[in-house]
Ligand binder design. Sequence first.
Ligand SMILES: [Fe+2]
Ligand SMILES: [Fe+2]
Length: 368
Amino acid sequence: MKAIVNLEPGIKQLVVDESPNRCPELLSKAQRERALERSFVGLYKWYIDRSQRSRSWNADRSFPWDQFGKSHSPEMMRILEGFFAVEQFNPDYAGNITHIVRASYGRAGFQVSWGSEEMRHSDLWRNCLLASGQRSIDWLDDYVALLRGGEWTVPWDDPTRMLLYQVIQERATQLNYLNAAQIARGDHPTSTLRSDVDPVLAEVARLIAIDEAAHYNFFIEGARLLFYYKPEETAQALIDVIKFYSMPGRDLVPDYASFADALRVSEVFLVRKHYLGETLKTILDNLGVATLAALDDGIKRCRLVPDTEGRMRETTLFESLDYGKLEDSIKALAKRINAYEDDARVSCLHRTQFIPNPAIPSKREEQT
Ligand SMILES: [Fe+2]
Ligand SMILES: [Fe+2]
């Protein structure tokens, strides 16, 4: 069956829904892009609503800064300094990433809002440094001037790889802050930092970690959408991004090695445990990818099997991905977006639809 490109949208959807013999070619590239974009717009709007209603704290007003700990260890001070240094590059992150995704209304809109949330993280860590009594405003001004002498540039210039990069970065950052919060609460099971108990710092790290979790959630939903509608391209992009991943700011923050050392010694972030273990494992699990090796193998095999029109068969990738789980997640996302649209009474304007990728159910039938 050929792609249905010239039908009215409503009729097109009916044909997709009613077709007894779905085949991989049913959705054209343009149709996949349209389905992706509409999902991203719905996800972005759902995200903004949730953010405004449940995470509306202010970096100055929401914390008792006069009660912040005044005797933090040198290791914790180095960590706070490093957190600030990395977050304060936000004008570069927000500006440069938004530019990469500007063609997508949903993704660009999200990046602008994301930038505003990231900026308050920078503001919070800046306040922590001042409130510690161990860093002066003069020191901070000099430090920012030094840092802003460099500019963060995107590690990837295509939107798919950039999104996958952000999936990893958000999850890793969230773990950093969750572990810092544990130390500040005094309940980290193994950290050597014992004198850094500080309820204000604990609340700061906890709230930023919640923001990072929300960011992760947006990007992982986006990654699922990309995997669902563009399996081969996304699979290759994921492999590339994991292979060359490096935390943002690593080459821009002076003496980054001492920051990395402080993270390691305090057990705020251990590469083997928190990156290779928790971060990558969670991401692959959330995407329904068994192992990277299996995914890599699926891509190679998929390139060996062109279809009758010379196009590569993405369906051979299906064995390395849990498509049942992936499709269930996409459907659940559409339901969540629809619930928001109904509640916000904007369904009368537009209702986000789940558009099945016909290649995927047919393969699922083959597998069962
Ligand atoms: Fe952040
Ligand atoms: Fe974030």
